[in-house]
Design a protein around this ligand. Sequence first.
Ligand code: AZC
Length: 815
Amino acid sequence: MNIDKEEFQRQYLDKVAKLHGKPLEETSDGERYQALSSLIRDYIGQRWLLSRRRQRQGKQVYYLSIEFLLGRLTDMYLINLGLRDTVAAAFFDLGVDLAAILESEEDPGLGNGGLGRLAACYLDSMAAESLPGHGCGLRYRYGFFEQDFVNGRQIEVPDDWLKTGFIYEFRRSDEAVEIRFGGTVTPELNGKLRYRHENYESVLAVPYDVPVVGHLNDTVNTLRLWSAEPHRTDFVCSATNRNDCLKTIEYKNDVEAITSVLYPDDSTRDGRVLRLKQHYFLTSASLQAILADLARRDIPLTRLSDHVAVHINDTHPALAVPELMRLLIDEHGMGWDEAWSLTVATISYTNHTIMPEALETWPVDLFQALLPRIFVIVNEINERFCRELWQRYPGDWDHIRAMAVIADGTIRMAHLAIAGSHSVNGVAQLHTRILKERVMSDFHQFYPDKFNNKTNGVTHRRFLIKANPQLAALLGETVGEQWVQYPCDLLGLLPHAADPAFQDKLAAIRRWHKSKLAAQILDATGVRIDPDSIFDTHVKRIHGYKRQTLNAFHIMHLYNRLKADPGMDLTPRTFIFGGKAAPAYRLAKLTIRFINALADKINRDKTINDKIKVVFLENYNVSLLEKLLPATDVSEQIPTASREACGTGNMKFIMNGSVIIGTLDGGNIEIRNAVGEDNIITFGLTADEVLNIYERGGYNPWDIYCGDERVKTVLDQLVNGFLPGGPDEYRPIFDSFLHHGDHFLVLKDFAAYVDAQKELERRYRDRRHWLSMSVRNIAHSGKFSGDRTFTEYAVDIWRLRPEAPVRCYCSADED
Ligand code: AZC
């Protein structure tokens, strides 16, 4: 956008006056933020309109996702509009601290982890590539909870992110649609597969559109977030009709609950019903809007798949399959066969996990009561699918039952998604291989052409340019500014990898960020950390398979060594943790308590000369990650091999020059192939070894406990009063390893991890060598830009015909 500093200052001061009616000097950071965001909203509005007009003809992609973990938007808008330098200079002249203003923004946490953040990354990439790709999600009244620590324990506090309003959303009441729950269905007398749906509860889905601005181009796409509102207004509240009044209130509460929180507690039936309601609400509202838009563009429904691609992000939106069938058949009078081929040609599906508990199923009774018409359609899909299976495997009932969409009283959403879409992809080569060969091998045999791999990628605009502007500038000076459009130009850093002058510049930037982070950590936790220590970061959701415990056990072991030999030659290290545990996941919550207790014990111990420090930062979210990325030397990516479908943190860290210590899992393998095995430290069991252990029914953890003194000491310290909190507090963790089989093979990988940590320290001590590793990681990170991944989706799956030729990226390896 072309606007100079003086003009921006004039417009900004004008905005401050109009909004607040007082001079800039008297405004708070919050008020200054309001004025800035309101001005940005004005800038975007006009471009949005023009972009919509331009895009009308082309094929549109709709990315349906139950989560969009956006992170703060203002700075990204400034970067993408090309205004960040101008605005920074303008504020500097006005004596205003832009960083403080940006901190006033809420961090919209409409997601909880990798899947939601990936969705947000792809929105950014689609807009950057000038392709018409839009997000469809839910406008949760409360975001994923805020995490507080009380006595080291996680407390969940509601995230009231809308309390002061969300300036970047545009409510579109006139495009609201109706969603129907419950009721009865009866076949139409003469339409064989058409049904009449009556006595249902009606809910209004109201869209709120959030603009997604492309990087330095004219594209503004849309993230449409749906909000549930009461539809019926025929109840009147008065003293004489108390019953109606109560019904009204109940109805209103029920409706508003639909978009109240992300992932309602599913330990009760009511909670499960609410989740299913959310899934249907999202898919039905989005598909109705998509078809309405098609009609506005005068495109006949029979051409749907030429003009629209609907992508489902995991199975939460898998009801898109039967819902699209319903709309085509019931609302538009199409026959089953035509509707089915259009549905399959339109929909594509990404699987993000092989963890069995995440492969969604719904009990038939619950499903049928809430979505009677959709159930009839799913039943029909299942019957037809089973007939096809019968043709292929006549008489093989076991095979057919294993693949059916409905079996044993449950509906299997992954099977529905595979049968009803033309493409099924995993998110890293290993993950896709495991899907094809193990988890979905039956389906892969049946539909070999549907399966493909799309290794994840992340947006370097947010996680490098926004998070680490100094590094971004150094990269521009070194390889040319074009790297921003062509991230693979970063390969041009390779000749500088061993150049001391370049290394020193990189080191100075990292040191600056480490100091800044150390000050923030002191402020937030009271713990003083040494900016010259190794910053070793482990941030992600807390889960058994992500193995925060493995990291913690190694820290305990290091501490034990230091206590035994206080003069031990150890490079000072700061271990940084961050992550939320699902509220109902008791062991994960206890892991947080355990690490906090360990941190407390170590940080208070004056005899170890501050050689190790441990901090667990509260409320890990996108904004916190952005602060950690540029300050991290070592990134912990240590899941049990085969369990982490891909991981995306690994990619964000290497972009910033951190070195990974990691297992051979998911994206780590492809990172190792790209950066070379000398520039990453890998260890531990391979995925095939892990899967073989699982097939054998596990292993005996006592062998390791009894055979490795280090492991025995550390485990005993969980239950012998070594940690603050008492000897019984952490017993469930002890038991999970020794009495419940160490499901995630932490003890099995312990020795290899300790060796890898030693190797890491050895390499870190050779400063020049370490910096060259760091440079090589940045150099090879271009391949892990979401722009590369997105381009692969666009070409292979969505078959977009972009106006501009698709840019050429360093290609991903073959599947
Ligand atoms: C995550 C995977 O666990 C992670 O490995 C992957 O990188 C990410 O998706 C993006 O593909 N999965 C989820 O967050 N959630 C589910 C239900 O899979």
